[in-house]
Structures are given as C-alpha cells and as structure tokens.
Design a protein around this ligand. Structure first.
Ligand code: NAD
Length: 421
C-alpha cells in the first residue's frame, strides 16, 4: 500500500500513543502495563475568569495533565496559544514522561496549557489570567507533586506570577513549585539557555557519529524563540553557518550565513524577523526543505509530515520542538538516511536544568553557571550515547531507541512499585 495515499493522523496524543506502542512491542511489555502507561493518570480542565483592561470579564479554558508519576513528581511546561487542545496537552505530558526517563531524571510527565492569544493581551491581562489559572490548578501542583515551567509564549515572568500565587495560598514562599523562574527569586543560572545548550551538546555528538564537521556546517532553524534563537546562536558559536531562521511571521535566508547576534537584535527591536538586512525572505515550509547539514525544528508540532519529509535534505534533524515530526515522516527520513535526534532526547536540556533548579530551590543553595553547564553536558552526552547503543542493538532509528530506553525505565519503576491497593 502506498502510505502517502493514506491520510495521516495528526492528532498529537494519538501520535504519542503510537510511539509508545512501538516501544512496548519491542520490549514485549505486559498487557496491563501497556494499559497503564498509554494514558494520562490525571487530567484537570479549568475555567479561568479574567478581568480585561476594558473592565469586561473573559473566561479562558485551561488544562493541566499529569501523565505518569512512577519515577517522581510531574514536570512540564505551560503553553499559552490559541490552538491549545486537551489532546495536545495530553501528548506533551506523555512526551515529558518519556523525556525525563530518557535523560534519567527523577520526574514523571506533566503539561499545562491555556487557550488564549497572548500576543493580543496586555501584561496586566496576562497576569490576571495567569494568577487565576495558577489558583485553579493549585489543587494538583506543588513542589512534591507537579512542577510547571515555561513553554511556548510563557516565560520567567509567568513563572514568577505562578510561584507568588501558589505561595500566597499556602502562606510561605515556595521556590520549588515552578522552574524557569527569574534569577532574583530562585531561578537557576543557565536555565534560559538550557534547552538550546542541550540541543548543541547532542548535535555535536550526532555530527561526530555522522562524521560531519560542525565548524562550517550549514544549519537551518525553524522557530526563533527561547529554544530556536539560542540554539542558532550557540551553534554559530561552534563555528556552524546558520543559513536560515524563521518565526511565525516567516523566515530569512542567507546562504553565506546569518549574523545571529544581529538577527536577535533585529527581532528584539522590531518584534519580528521581517526586514532583516543581508537576507532574502523564505517561507517556513521552504526552510524545512533547504539543503543543509543540520535542521533544527524549534516551533510547533507536525511540521515534518508524510507530505514533505521526502523533500527534507538535511543530514541531521535535531528536534528542539516537541513533536515536530510525525511517525510517517520518521520512516521516510530514516529510509532517506536522515539522522533524527528525537525531541525527547534533543530538547531534554530544558527539563534537566529545571531539575537542577528545583534541587537548588529545595536546598536554597545555588550553583555557578559553569557547574550547571558541566552537569548538563554529562547528562545529555550520556543519554545520547545510551540511545545510540539501543538504536544499534535493536536496529531502529533514534526515536524508536529513545522510546525503548524511556518506556523500559518507566515500566520497570511501575512494576517495582506495583499497583495500589
Ligand atoms: P517561544 O514562545 O519562546 O518561541 C516560539 C517560536 O516559534 C517563536 O519564534 C514563534 O514566532 C515561532 N512560531 C510560532 N508558530 C510558528 C510557525 N507556525 N512557524 C514557525 N515558527 C513559529 O517557545 P519555545 O520555548 O522556544 O518553544 C518552542 C518549541 O520548543 C516548542 O515545541 C516547545 O514545546 C519546545 N521546548 C521548549 C523548551 C523550553 O525550555 N522553552 C523545552 C523543551 C521543548
């Protein structure tokens, strides 16, 4: 059967389940464990009445999902975006379970989201919405239970409001309730750059594996936020030539390489990449199909699908975003010899330094940035090499290998703990 003729399922939670099922087959998991691990443990849907600047009240819908807590408290970001759905949050929560297990940090997976358009809201409206959302989900979050962090269109300020709201409710300052906080209130050195730094560490490993010199390698980055813009800068500091970057307004291309610091300054002052001198414009779709050595998807889900995977000409895809590649596209990339560093490995630097931040917050003892980066590098390179070894042993691509490693760890924790009561 020609798979390109079959309409691809783009529901992120069903994709997450398909990725899990594949690993469960390889591991020959017991039927009861598959039933437990396929679905989220807890899903909370909240209404968030918010005072708007014009005096009206708008009610937003928000979610917090905890997928699995076998290895520790839930951990995962909060997303503000008009297209958030419960199924997307369920998928992101389960990817967090597998991500934390891939890099072997003692957390389960969680995620949150609010359906809203933060670009059309004032700072005061965002604060009002965030505080009420934090209050609504405070019945399931907490330093020992579930620890949110930033994701798409949320940032350290959002985390500060959540920490403050939660602390007011319990009556004492609770630094450990969120990570990705500002440094002044218990954030960690290196957290802002951690996701991208993790991408940099595993890209270095992948280049070594594929015998590509990172110095001079051509890199294209889709998405120019926290993950993408910093990844572009760090890879260019490694000597790579970042030829294209994009954001939601479109992309820019210079085959001779972009000056990323200048691009960041341009985006900082104008709010978009458009109009950057020394570059041609390029669409987000075409950026994915550029001939390059490393492609870094760093925006949203379902960017590389069965429809365009055959046109991806990168040698390495380093997934800074969560869920950018569909299972159908995975097979096409693998068949074409594209080496994918899957999201649950490639972007795990963020949650790893979030873990370091949580440890520092609980101990009220803070580390130097060099120490943070050193520990991060150890975690990321060890995980990369563990996943690579499994991909060779089972003769599967890196995503399947990462799932085999992660699902095996969570299954073992669940077996040892047993089913209550
Ligand atoms: P962000 O809000 O800082 O940036 C998002 C970027 O994506 C912006 O540049 C935006 O313009 C761009 N974008 C939005 N829609 C787009 C589209 N349709 N096409 C192209 N670009 C588009 O978010 P972030 O924190 O950088 O997150 C980006 C991805 O990385 C998400 O998938 C997120 O889940 C993942 N991630 C983030 C972290 C983290 O620590 N921030 C950790 C792990 C994974």
């Amino acid at each position: 059967m020609d798979t390109t003729l079959v309409k691809e399922n783009l529901n992120p939670f069903e994709i997450a389940q398909q990725q899990f099922d594949n690993a469960a087959e390889h591991l020959k998991l017991e039927a009861w464990l598959r039933e437990v691990l396929r679905r989220p443990k807890r899903q909370l849907i909240v209404s968030i009445p918010t005072k708007m600047d014009d005096g009206s009240i708008r009610v937003f819908e928000g979610y917090r999902v905890q997928h699995n807590l076998a290895r520790g408290p839930a951990k995962g970001g909060i997303r503000y975006h008009p297209s958030v759905t419960l199924d997307e949050v369920k998928a992101l929560a389960s990817w967090m379970t597998w991500k934390c297990a891939t890099v072997n940090i003692p957390y389960g997976g969680g995620k949150g989201g609010v359906i809203c358009d933060p670009k059309r809201m004032s700072q005061q409206e965002l604060e009002n919405m965030t505080r009420r959302y934090a209050s609504e989900i405070s019945i399931i979050i907490g330093p020992e239970r579930d620890i949110p962090a930033p994701d798409v269109y949320t940032n350290p300020q959002t985390m500060a409001w959540i920490m403050d709201t939660y602390s007011m409710t319990v009556g004492s300052t609770q630094l450990g309730v969120v990570t990705g906080k500002p440094l002044q209130i218990g954030g960690s050195q290196g957290r802002g750059e951690a996701t991208a730094r993790g991408v940099q560490f595993v890209t270095r490993e992948a280049c070594r594996e594929k015998k590509i010199a990172l110095k001079g390698a051509r890199v294209a980055v889709q998405g120019f936020g926290n993950a993408g813009s910093v990844a572009a800068r760090l890879l260019s500091e490694d000597g790579a030539s970042v030829i294209a970057v994009s954001d939601s307004s479109g992309g820019i291309l210079n085959p001779k390489g972009l000056n990323i610091t200048a691009v960041q300054a341009h985006k900082g002052s104008t709010g978009s990449l458009r109009g950057f001198r020394d570059a041609d414009s390029i669409s987000n779709e075409r950026l994915l199909e550029l001939e390059c050595d490393v492609l870094v998807p760093a925006a949203l889900e379902n960017q590389i699908t069965q429809a365009n995977a055959g046109r991806v000409r990168a040698r390495i895809v380093a997934e800074a975003a969560n869920g950018p590649t569909t299972p159908g596209a995975d097979e096409i990339l693998h068949k074409n010899g594209v080496f994918t560093i899957p999201d649950i490995l490639a972007n795990a630097g963020g949650v790893t330094v979030s873990y370091f931040e949580w440890v520092q917050s609980l101990q009220a003892f803070f580390w130097e940035e060099a120490q943070v980066n050193h520990h991060l590098e150890k975690v990321m390179t060890r995980a990369f090499n563990e996943v690579l070894a499994i991909s060779r042993k089972f003769n599967v691509h890196m995503r399947a290998a990462a799932y085999i490693l992660a699902v095996g760890r969570v299954a073992e924790a669940t077996r040892i703990r047993g089913i209550y009561p």
